[in-house]
Design a protein around this ligand. Structure first.
Ligand SMILES: [Zn+2]
Ligand SMILES: [Zn+2]
Length: 355
């Protein structure tokens, strides 16, 4: 099957957020200049962008309006929920299971946001991690959050300035702890991995100088999520939103950093002679399988099985026979400016039963 690949950005804040600044039309212009196909907007505690008629296609970009549920900890982004889910500003924070369940009961989908966010003490950036891992019923977790990643450069003024002006060079990739947890959770049930931008275009003052963190056009390529669909999008707002949300829910997705090189053209399939499966699929085939990876340009391809390196090659293509059951996913590192840098992280293909 030939999949249609759409490049998007998930989790971002507009002027509809109390801590956001950029009006949605300006965000759309910046996305257009960055080659983005869709945006999943997640303002804090509001779906006002939808009420103002902004959801839908805008000259080649599909805007999907969700919300971020953001008490002090355990931030959750949700789509297709009808009206916003509000949490009290003060008092005892709600148990995250209550809003996970609320999203499900409305027929929506929800995702744990920036689970390993650490903040930056030196610059008074608070930490916003996910703390309650006893929860169930969510659809996925953010595996690579731009804010978590670049804020790790805020350890000293020189490294902060470097990280601000060259965020693509400061980025380190998904946290190891995040990936390990994701692999573990996926053994039991499908937990979709996606990329987050979480940009607010906030103004921060350092030594009296004003810095925007970040102008959208500077960061749109830094963490993207690609969604794969069986049929091309049609131009019909409601239908295309349904198609992309269901691709996300099914894990037909990979995450990329596209500052140095675009990722479109990446594919990861498992073929048993008759049938080809891709990211998000479960296979129960007894026939011999081959895992195939194709890249738009050469990279270091790491085929991971149950979280461990199974096979590695520096190439544009990999075809690797698969003998054992397990959870297989791909990491690709791109050589740019003298070193290998994190580029593409796929959702897994499951071979065999979940344990
Ligand atoms: Zn958040
Ligand atoms: Zn956010």
């Amino acid at each position: 099957m030939k999949w249609h690949d759409y490049t998007g950005v998930i989790h971002l804040h507009s002027a509809y957020s109390h801590d956001g600044r950029t009006p949605v039309p300006d965000i759309l212009s910046a996305a257009r200049a960055s080659g983005i196909d869709f945006l999943m907007l997640t303002d804090h505690s509001t779906l006002q962008a939808r009420h103002d008629g902004l959801e839908g296609w805008h000259d080649g970009i599909l805007l999907i309006v969700g919300q971020e549920i953001s008490p002090r900890f355990n931030h959750y982004i949700a789509f297709d929920i009808g009206i916003p889910i509000l949490t009290p500003e003060d008092g005892v924070p709600p148990s995250p299971q209550t809003y996970i369940d609320e999203v499900r009961s409305r027929g929506g989908i929800g995702f744990i946001a920036h689970p390993d966010h650490e903040g930056a003490k030196l610059f008074h950036v608070k930490h916003y991690p996910w703390l309650d891992w006893s929860v169930t019923g969510y659809n996925g977790i953010g595996i690579w959050d731009f804010m978590t990643d670049w804020q790790s450069s805020l350890k000293s003024l020189p490294s902060a300035l470097f990280g601000y002006f060259f965020p693509a060079l400061a980025m380190r990739g998904p946290r190891q702890a995040t990936l390990e947890r994701w692999d573990r959770l996926n053994q039991k049930e499908r937990i979709v991995g996606f990329g987050e931008l979480d940009n607010h275009d906030t103004i921060r003052k350092i030594f009296g100088l004003r810095f925007s963190v970040f102008p959208f056009e500077r960061v749109f390529k830094l963490v993207t999520t690609h969604l794969l669909t069986e049929a091309p999008l049609t131009g019909n707002n409601a239908q295309d939103i349904r198609t992309l949300l269901s691709a996300l829910k099914d894990g037909k997705a990979y995450v990329a950093q596209e500052y140095f090189q675009q990722a479109k053209g990446f594919s990861f399939t498992m073929t048993d002679g008759n049938r080809s499966s891709t990211m998000g699929d479960d296979i129960l085939s007894r026939d011999p399988l081959v895992a195939s990876v194709t890249l738009p340009s050469k990279g270091k391809i790491r085929l991971m099985r149950n979280g461990r390196l199974h096979h590695e090659a520096v190439s544009r293509r990999m075809d690797q026979p698969i003998d054992d059951d397990g959870l297989y996913r791909i990491e690709v590192y791109l050589r740019a400016l003298g070193k290998y840098r994190p580029w593409i992280f796929s959702n897994p293909i499951r071979v065999g039963e979940r344990t």
